[in-house]
Design a protein around this ligand. Structure first.
Ligand code: GLY
Length: 433
């Protein structure tokens, strides 16, 4: 790597990207950070905002060229699927993330399921339905419970767990007739509902190899006890205390390595961060979905534990030198808790003043990353969805949870919502051992 200070361009303006910006800012190699996407008042303290959308690949590449940006780092799947990495590669610019073709592993659930079926990677039995009539026929033949998934990107809103035929019919109508998810719901993947514990696996991959990070666990349903509609994530822990080395070895052999090699065989080598979401069933791990980017809120927790230089690691990954860097981790446990506006995952009230973030960060071990909150007239206010990600490091999972909830108790705004039971299933499983 050349000596001196380098510039980084982050795509995305959520809590995941705020956590990445914080780590880039810590790097002695990084001088200037730019970011594009929604404006983020937390990132504004670390980086220069560039008013370009994350799917405007030509404008992003023009900016990077004009500013001689040394490394681009991509968070959102929309940017990856739309081909921002391909555009940067064509221009010969370093970028962390997969090409549009490899990002298809998240961009099309049907593609991912067919790939896994052919590579014998464990995943729920499924059918791909191109019409509402075929989807209804599947429901009649299969019965419930089932999971109905929009094929394309739906911002975390494309998955419906259907326990009754009426719920399945509603999912079909919403996707295929009402088109609530746009073209993402033109094709549906219908599959068996798996039972078990969800696990998030993050893999850094370059063209020559890969490294798998510690296990993480998100809590996706909005309500306590895993009830209510699915969200993009209400809170994450890492590492997950009940996950053994043996389980990780099975995941590596049955899922991670076969996924990467199936993509490579199809001339779609995956470079960047691949994130298979798994269900740990009594019969072993099964893949629920494969994401082409870091998870949110999992990434915030991973960043709190990371003791590596994110610039060195991301650049090495973009240049196919991942094996030349070693990843270092804090041995403690990290937790990230999503603070949302009431009504999320529906539309919550925007522009409501948020208080107490500074006081929350005075709790030792706590950092708050900004998700959708905005800064208006000198006041932090709600955006109407996920607002903040409160994170903590603790010696044990219980310690980290105590810190996160203590800090969160100092934050207040009208309609503030968060789950109080993040990590509780993991603790209960450890107690039952
Ligand atoms: N936390 C789940 C996701 O990022 O998709």
């Amino acid at each position: 790597m050349a000596q001196g200070r380098h510039s980084v361009f982050i795509f995305g303006g959520g809590a995941r990207e705020h956590a990445a910006a914080w780590k880039f800012d810590e790097s002695p190699h990084v001088g200037q950070i730019y970011y594009a996407g929604p404006r983020n008042p937390g990132m504004d303290k670390l980086a220069t905002y560039v008013g370009i959308g994350v799917t405007e690949e030509t404008e992003l590449a023009n900016f990077a060229q004009a500013k001689s940006v040394d490394l681009a780092w991509v968070g959102p799947e929309q940017a990856l699927v739309s081909g921002v990495v391909d555009m940067f590669r064509v221009r010969g610019r370093a970028i962390f993330g997969p090409t549009s073709g490899a990002a298809g592993i998240e961009g099309s659930k049907a593609f991912a399921k067919l790939l896994m079926e052919r590579a014998r990677i464990p995943t729920a039995p499924f059918e791909i339905c191109h019409t509402a009539a075929l989807a209804r026929s599947y429901v009649r033949r299969h019965g419930v419970p089932i999971v109905v998934k929009a094929d394309g990107l739906a911002g975390g809103k494309g998955v419906s767990v259907c326990r009754t035929e009426a719920q399945a019919e509603e999912a079909i109508v919403r996707n295929m007739i009402q088109r609530v998810n746009g073209i993402a719901g033109e094709v549906l993947v219908m599959e068996d509902l798996l039972q078990g514990e969800e696990l998030s696996i993050h893999v850094l991959a370059d063209r020559n190899g890969h490294v798998t990070l510690s296990s993480a666990q998100d809590h996706k349903p909005v309500g306590e006890g895993d009830t209510g509609p699915m969200t993009s994530g209400m809170g994450a822990i890492t590492p997950v205390p009940w996950v053994t080395d043996e389980m990780m070895a099975t995941i590596e052999n049955q899922i991670v390595t076969p996924l990467l090699s199936a993509l490579k065989t199809r001339e779609l080598p995956f470079e960047g961060c691949m994130f298979p979401g798994l269900m740990m069933t009594p019969d072993g791990p099964q893949v629920l979905e494969v994401n082409c980017r870091p998870g949110d809120p999992e990434w915030q927790a991973h960043m709190r534990r990371s003791k590596s230089d994110i610039f060195e690691v991301s650049l090495a990954c973009a240049e196919g030198r991942l094996s030349s860097v070693s990843l270092k981790w804090d041995p403690r446990t990290a937790v990230s808790l999503t603070i949302a506006s009431g009504g999320y995952p529906g539309k919550g009230k925007p522009d409501i003043p948020i208080y107490g973030v500074h006081e929350a960060e005075l709790v030792p071990g706590v950092m708050v990353f900004v998700a959708g909150a905005k800064f208006i007239d000198g006041q932090l206010v709600t955006g109407g969805g996920r607002e903040l990600s409160v994170t903590a490091l603790g010696d044990t999972l219980q310690d980290a949870l105590n810190l996160v909830y203590k800090a969160t108790g100092r934050i207040s705004f009208e309609g503030m919502y968060y789950r109080h039971d993040i990590g509780q299933r993991a603790l209960a499983r450890m107690r039952a051992k």
